[in-house]
Design a protein around this ligand. Structure first.
Ligand SMILES: Nc1nc2c(ncn2[C@@H]2O[C@H](COP(=O)(O)OP(=O)(O)OP(=O)(O)O)[C@@H](O)[C@H]2O)c(=O)[nH]1
Ligand SMILES: [Mg+2]
Length: 335
């Protein structure tokens, strides 16, 4: 018979739970829902989202604060076979480099399509240790399961068994299904560590960069076909109007860079209609996000091959673009 246990001494300290923290890369092909997931976790928009592929162009950091851990999520550009431009290659390289920074990789797969050969190629490159880097756990996330009937979901999950991974999680970044469950798994893969960011900070993204991103999002949503990929948004002004009148108002001015005259005409639209539509949508969202009335001015300018101009790219706020950041041949080989 076991001895009765002595009652716990009232004054005794409870065992302290170690504080965990670390970086978690969110990777995957374009349009798989990585940015939607980041926004869902944070409960606010830090990354723009559109139905078009290659929306995210750089690493976007978001901090998830929990009582016993701090999960620093790193959203990345979708990994794709890049076009010829320096910028496009650098996007892909940014994604791979961010994965190497993470303690853990969350690899997103679009559940409506299932795993394909491009995923297999990318995953091979991300396999722990194959590039000589440290081993890091890989969690496979099958996203958009809200759109799957049960038998299809089952088949998609079965297909993921071929990939060595720490876990396979069916999820809906849009509805939030299993998002908390996924977050609850992450501390197990993170080391004990400090709070890297204060509790009231959820991103390191400058407001100016985000404002430019919101304008770019509206362009992506309103323009057809390939045009969105040929443009960039450069913020020229983002400041309170001085002298302040009766009520606070912010002046935001941005230049939309396109590669050709014909594209400029499309972005402006008939009698300026497209620019007006984009400007109005962007203004409304910026006012909502920054809780201040905004006076938005947009210009369109042709800047041939802006994607090749390193100085301009840095000026545009793409921090992943550094001198010599052309993706290695291995990083860009896909499928
Ligand atoms: N039905 C459904 N749609 C989703 C879900 N998650 C994302 N989407 C949609 O998928 C599209 C792409 O979402 P994003 O979050 O921009 O995808 P991404 O992986 O960040 O794309 P890139 O930045 O281009 O790499 C958007 O139209 C989203 O609304 C989901 O769980 N369910
Ligand atoms: Mg994205």
């Amino acid at each position: 018979m076991s001895q009765p246990q002595p009652a716990r001494h009232a004054g005794k300290k409870a065992a302290t739970v170690p504080f965990k923290s670390g970086f978690v890369a969110i990777a995957g092909q374009p349009n798989t829902g990585k940015s939607t997931f980041l926004n869902k976790v944070l409960g606010q928009k830090v990354a723009i989202v559109t139905p078009k592929a290659q929306t995210t162009r750089t690493r976007i950091l978001g901090v998830c604060h929990r009582p016993n851990c701090q999960i620093v999520l790193l959203d990345t550009p979708g990994i794709h076979r890049p076009g010829a431009s320096l910028f496009n290659k650098a996007m892909v390289r940014t994604a791979y480099e961010t994965c190497r920074e993470g303690e853990v990789i969350l690899y997103f797969i679009d559940g409506t399509k299932g795993i394909n050969d491009s995923d297999r190629t990318i995953l091979e490159r991300l396999q722990p240790g194959t590039d000589g880097s440290k081993k890091r756990p890989l969690l496979l996330v099958l996203n958009k399961v809200d759109r799957l009937a049960e038998p299809v979901l089952f088949a998609r999950l079965q297909a993921l068994q071929e990939i060595p991974s720490a876990a396979v999680i069916p999820l809906s970044a849009m509805s939030g299904y299993n998002v908390e469950h996924l977050l609850s798994l992450l501390p197990d893969y993170l080391p004990e560590g400090p709070r890297y960011f204060p509790e009231d900070q959820w991103t390191d993204q400058p407001e100016q960069f985000f404002a430019a991103e919101v304008i770019r999002e509206k362009l992506f949503l309103n323009l057809q076909k390939e045009l969105p990929y040929s443009l960039a948004v450069k913020l020229n002004k983002f400041q309170p109007r001085l002298p302040a009148g009766d009520k606070e108002i912010w002046d935001v001015e941005a230049t939309i860079l396109v590669e050709r005259e014909s594209q400029k005409a499309i972005v402006i639209g008939q009698k300026g209609s497209m620019l007006k539509q984009v400007g109005s949508a962007a203004r409304l969202e910026l006012e909502r996000l920054f809780s201040v009335p905004i006076y938005l001015k947009l210009w369109v300018r042709v800047r041939k091959e802006w994607g090749e101009d390193m100085t301009l790219l840095q000026d545009l706020g793409y921090p992943g673009i550094t001198v010599g950041s052309e993706a290695s041949e291995e990083d860009v080989a896909l499928g």
